[in-house]
Design a protein around this ligand. Structure first.
Ligand code: NAD
Length: 504
């Protein structure tokens, strides 16, 4: 998909407060997945562009880190208002390049705004601690300072929310930030950059560097980048962590997922089926918190499969601005082919294809990358439909006999991002929540995405690094602690130096 520079519509970088084409001569086509048509050409960064973005961030970082908390916070408040007042424009850009329906695009902006609101209160979180008279005549206090230059590398599936998981907290904490958005839906990040500038953020504090692996590698190995936040697929997350650590940077790298929902026989099965369908097919299944495996326990199975079949068959698939559309296309033709192949293999290996979305054609959008809601029942763990992250509108159903079996199944899975249980029993819910080796757990909540004042992150192959993203962990990640031990002796009482280790 890489081509030479086109004369027409190109999407540029945003470096040091200026939209710039940069010096790279490679571009990549950006598609509208609903029409299958190219909508723009994206400039891909070369080494010169990477250096320019890092130099701008480095030059801005010290002065921004020394800017008063009151000034930083006022800019965050202004940015919050601007994002809120541009929600329609941002959502339209998301839908045009990602394909998700407008209501879903607005939903992701809303969740991103929550993080901006959290970051508006950063002064409360950066308050230090003070120990008066920790030793005789000595006071000790600690506070947190920004790390410096932070790079955020983000996936296609949330082109506004995931950048907003990172940048507001990093910037409020006093860092300069370079966003390397997904090359598949890059336009919303440019609008965010304009809004930061309009909010009064000094040039160089928020930069957008477009690109592919070359840009990512340039940031990972650059000596003037201090920290890397990454969200994307597991193989890339693992690579990001290893490379960033080898180059002396702190790193948090959130990876892929295979989220299971357990449906107990005592659950309200209509409610469970409503939520399963929404969590499996919303955003065409392209959410890291999508429910992609329903673990039906005992006699819940037949009823749940019937109820999910009804709901899957009623989903309106269409171009994302269509008023009654529930679900849009998947992101690329390659993604579509991969999803269809996995479904076909599962059927050949003995899974029951309850709802088949492979042949869906949306009238008027015949070239779009659409896959209809698909339900596979009686899936086994040795099938690729179970072992791989499908990242499409496919719900697989695995049948088990007991809650313990369900828990063992989930704990044996290499991913550990999110999971949920549907039940009316507090005892089942409590057993589940205490036994499960997953970072985010929903009880009768299918997409347990933590609110902004908690932190977001999975376990196992869904997170490489120690700290989760946004919330209190985000503040810790984007700052480092400093401890001051101070004594102000009266001039008359200065004593001779002692060579023993200091004690009280
Ligand atoms: P991806 O890993 O392909 O790309 C993510 C970013 O990494 C992009 O900016 C891309 O340019 C860059 N990249 C891709 N390949 C690279 C390589 N070989 N070397 C260096 N950089 C590279 O992910 P995607 O397809 O854009 O997004 C979907 C994935 O993201 C899914 O696996 C999904 O589960 C995951 N995701 C996880 C979370 C989470 O919170 N855990 C949230 C959203 C998405």
């Amino acid at each position: 998909m890489t081509s030479t520079v086109a004369e027409t519509s190109t999407i540029t970088h945003f470096i040091n407060g200026v939209e710039t084409a940069g010096s790279g001569d490679r571009t990549q086509s950006v598609y509208n997945p609903a029409t299958g048509q190219v909508s723009a050409e994206l400039r891909l960064a070369n080494a010169g562009d990477i250096n320019a973005a890092v130099a701008a961030a480095r030059a801005a970082a010290d002065s921004w880190g020394n800017t008063s908390m009151a000034r930083r916070t006022s800019i965050l408040f202004a940015f919050r208002e601007l994002v809120a007042s541009h929600i329609d424009e941002l959502a339209a850009l998301i839908t045009a390049e990602h394909g998700k329906v407008l209501s879903d695009a607005k939903g992701e902006i809303g969740r991103g705004l929550e993080v901006v609101e959290f970051a508006c209160g950063i002064s409360q979180l950066l308050k230090g601690e003070y120990s008066d008279q920790a030793s005789t005549g000595i006071d000790v206090y600690s506070f947190r300072e920004p790390v410096g230059v932070v790079a955020g590398i983000t996936p296609f599936n949330f082109p506004v929310m995931v950048p907003l998981w990172m940048a507001p907290v990093a910037i409020a904490a006093g860092n300069a930030f370079i966003l390397k958005p997904s090359e598949r839906d890059p336009s919303p990040s440019l609008l965010l950059a304009r809004l930061w500038k309009q909010a009064g953020l000094p040039d160089g504090v928020f930069n957008v560097l477009h690109g592919d692996k070359e840009a990512v590698d340039g940031l990972l190995t650059h000596r003037d980048v201090d920290a890397i936040s990454f969200v994307g697929s597991t193989p890339v997350a693992r690579y990001i962590q290893e490379t960033a650590i080898a180059h002396g940077k702190r790193v948090q790298a959130l990876g892929g997922a295979k989220n299971h929902a357990v449906i107990m026989p005592d659950a309200d099965l209509d409610n469970a089926a409503d939520h399963l369908a929404a969590a499996a097919f919303g955003s065409a299944g392209q959410r890291c918190m999508a429910i992609s495996v329903a673990v039906a326990v005992g006699e819940a199975a037949d009823a749940v499969v019937d109820k999910v079949r009804e709901r899957a068959s009623a989903v309106h698939v269409n171009e994302g601005t269509t008023p009654d559309a529930d679900m849009g296309p998947v992101i690329t033709p390659a993604s579509k082919s991969r999803i269809l192949k996995i479904v076909t293999e599962a059927e050949q290996d003995g899974a029951a294809l309850v709802v088949d979305g492979r042949d869906l054609v949306v009238k008027g959008h015949e070239e779009g990358f659409f896959v209809g809601p698909t339900v596979l029942d009686r899936v086994r763990t040795d099938m690729s439909a179970y072992s791989e992250e499908i990242f499409g509108p496919v719900l697989v159903v695995v049948r088990v006999e007991t809650l313990e079996e369900a828990i063992d199944l989930i704990n044996a899975n290499p991913y550990g991002n999110g999971t949920a249980i549907f039940t009316s029993s507090g005892a089942y819910a409590r057993t589940f929540q205490r036994s499960i080796k997953v970072g985010m757990v929903g009880v009768n909540v299918p997409l347990p995405v933590p609110v902004a004042h908690h932190s977001f992150g999975g376990w196992k192959n869904s997170l490489f690094g120690d700290l989760h993203i946004y919330g209190p962990d985000g503040v810790r990640f984007y700052t480092r602690g400093k401890v001051i031990t101070q004594r102000w002796p009266e001039p008359a009482h200065v004593s001779a130096a002692s060579y023993a280790f200091p004690s009280s």
